[in-house]
Design a protein around this ligand. Structure first.
Ligand code: TUI
Length: 308
């Protein structure tokens, strides 16, 4: 459907996934995805053009629907003839008709089966079912229970996301009825990923229990590495003297501080629970080829679970 070799998407990560990472993933046979949260549409347009120079393979643009400039980006992807758009953090219904008319393949990220069904009816070609193991903004459901429910609700392909960082996760996703996966955290360890060295060091050092979800009281749960920032954020959420506006103000710009400055005090180092699987820095192509060969090995052994 997309003209990619392996059913592995690199999740759109705000401030992080730009042309360098996206083109590396696409060149390696996956689907690289450029994020738009970080910038005005002109900057994203430049990233799209750079990506087209760096790869002749398909790639996508991710639109975070809560971003203030989502409408502007929604038009820009039409102008730039981006072949595939993924969306997150809401329903893209108001942009769907325009994208479909422009021939764009739309793949919304959903956190519940009900939205997946609405998206299929609106013309989505696939959905990413993202569980709460993921980093960044998350829903309520976890991957193991979410994916089969989404698979049952729709007849378009489903990609599983959340907690998947190696070939075992890819094989498990197939067992749940998914046709592919989307991974974010594992690509934080890609050589082509532009995050600050401090961010990389923290990701490599972290184990699976080192993330925390904050923002539930604001209706915007976000998973990130435990840090001075998340500690302060969580304590503000518990303090009746502190208003939601003050908390939002404290959080504003925190991801950028982590990505660009490696700010250990005020940075939000977003990461999913698969962070324990990131053991070092290696090219995106190696991450993908290892994931594929590991999954193939597991799937070939599949019959051994059944008695003759
Ligand atoms: O969007 C994400 N993950 C993100 S976006 C982001 S940007 C950011 N966030 C906080 C601070 C600074 C920057 C970081 N991580 N994932 C996709 C996703 N979508 N997860 C959950 C959902 C979702 C939730 C509810 C999708 C649809 C939805 O439905 C709402 C509706 O209208 O039914």
């Amino acid at each position: 459907m997309l003209g990619i070799k392996y059913p592995i998407f690199q999740g759109g990560m705000a401030w992080i996934s730009e042309s360098s990472l996206a083109s590396a993933v696409s060149n390696a046979g996956g689907l690289g995805i450029i994020s738009c949260v970080n910038a005005g549409s002109d900057v994203v347009r430049e990233e799209i053009r750079k990506c087209k120079k760096l790869t002749d393979k398909p790639f996508a643009v991710n639109i975070m629907l809560q971003a203030p400039n989502a409408a502007e980006i929604a038009q820009m992807v039409i102008d730039e003839q981006v072949p595939v758009v993924t969306t997150g953090a809401g329903s893209p219904s108001k942009y769907m008709d325009g994208w479909l008319a422009a021939g764009i393949k739309v793949i919304p990220v959903v956190a519940a089966a009900s939205l997946a069904l609405r998206m299929e009816r609106m013309g989505a070609v696939a959905v990413v079912a993202e569980g709460g193991e993921s980093g960044g903004h998350i829903g309520e459901m976890n991957t193991l229970a979410l994916v089969p429910n989404v698979v049952d609700a729709v007849s378009i392909p489903v990609l599983a996301a959340g907690g998947i960082g190696d070939g075992r996760g890819l094989a498990a996703a197939f067992m749940l009825g998914a046709e592919g996966v989307q991974c974010g955290t594992i690509f934080l360890g890609a050589s082509e990923c532009i995050i600050h060295q401090t961010y990389k060091d923290k990701i490599i050092a972290a184990s699976e229990t080192d993330t925390i979800v904050t923002g539930k009281t604001l209706g915007h749960p976000v998973r990130a590495l435990k840090s001075p920032f998340t500690k302060k954020f969580a304590s503000m959420e518990k303090d009746p003297q502190v208003t939601p506006e003050q908390i939002l103000e404290y959080g504003s710009g925190s991801l950028r501080k982590a990505v660009q400055q490696g700010d250990e005090l005020y940075g939000s180092f977003m990461a999913g629970q698969s962070v324990g699987m990131v053991k070092g820095i290696r090219p995106a192509a190696e991450i993908i080829s290892q994931m594929v060969s590991e999954a193939e090995g597991i799937l070939k052994m599949g019959g051994s679970w059944i008695e003759e």
